[in-house]
Design a protein around this ligand. Sequence first.
Ligand code: SF4
Length: 357
Amino acid sequence: MAPPLVIPFFIPHQGCPHLCVFCNQRLIAKQTSGTHTFDSEAERLSDVIQTYLQFKKNRDQVELAFFGGNFLGLETSRILALLEAVQPWILQGQIHGIRCSTRPDTVTRRVLDLARPFGLETVELGVQSMDDRVLTLAEREHTSEDTRKALALLKENGLKTGVQVMVGLPGDDYFGAVRTAKTLAELKPDFARIYPLLVLEGSRLAQWYRSGQYAPLSLDQAVEQSKKMVTIFKHAGVSVARIGLQATEMMDDAGRMIAGPWHPAFGHLVLSALMFDQACEQIDAILTGQEGIETPEEKKAIVLQVHPRSLSRLQGNRKANLDRLAQTYPGRSFIIERVKTLDINQVDAHFLGMSPK
Ligand code: SF4
């Protein structure tokens, strides 16, 4: 079944008790808020919904998402006003569910009782890290325990749960990212989103960066950390809904992002790096036992098979994976075959002229 169409309605920074060091949600949401002025928020919501419904195509399900702020931390009257504004679309069968992003410390029984009858089905928690020291440095003003409690309460109420995590937070490192992913994987959210931390103009982090107090990850480091997180989540059965920000969410203007591991296809870089590792595992498996034995000519060429949709993932950005394979396995040549019956996450290897296992 096609994934649902998710209509994002941004409420930049609204409901937030303060500003986290890395945040400038007003900037991120700027492009999505457009240039129109509306008499009411309901009118703006209606405009966004109508615009997105044009892109529904063959998708059965449509969800409205309140993103960019702390939805469940809004004033009760405002939560109700926004949820009520969606109801006509739900009653007409054009929207089938509501999701929101929120801080873990705003998830309470009271607010869930309030929102669920209006169709709230999915809650994404801005977790960022499960290390309390890192959360303190980022001035999140919530703890990892808040995340544990929020996930338990959401599950108890039958809601679908997502976790948003970051790599590159001040005071964090590769091992911290691994610990965060492992801790969250044990708590079994339904899905995760992974974002590399970028330094945005107007944020406190920008000041820290300029004063030398904070150094962002390099692109390679961010890819490596994200790759490890994806692996941990996938092994635990937690699907990864997004890696990196959408190109439309950031940064056509270099002045907005002043530093950080930004790449328009960040998710593709991570998935390509994962597929490179998988290819190496497969190649090593067929080479095992051949050390010291002169390889016959016909065994020098290796066939790598992937699903057609994974071809660019295997090749890597600008064919970087093919170059790395040539360096890792000197003297070998590689032939790529597209096989529709393979899973899109799978890569198989065999010697040319020999049957696949
Ligand atoms: S809670 Fe989210 S939206 Fe609010 S300030 Fe922090 S990062 Fe920004």
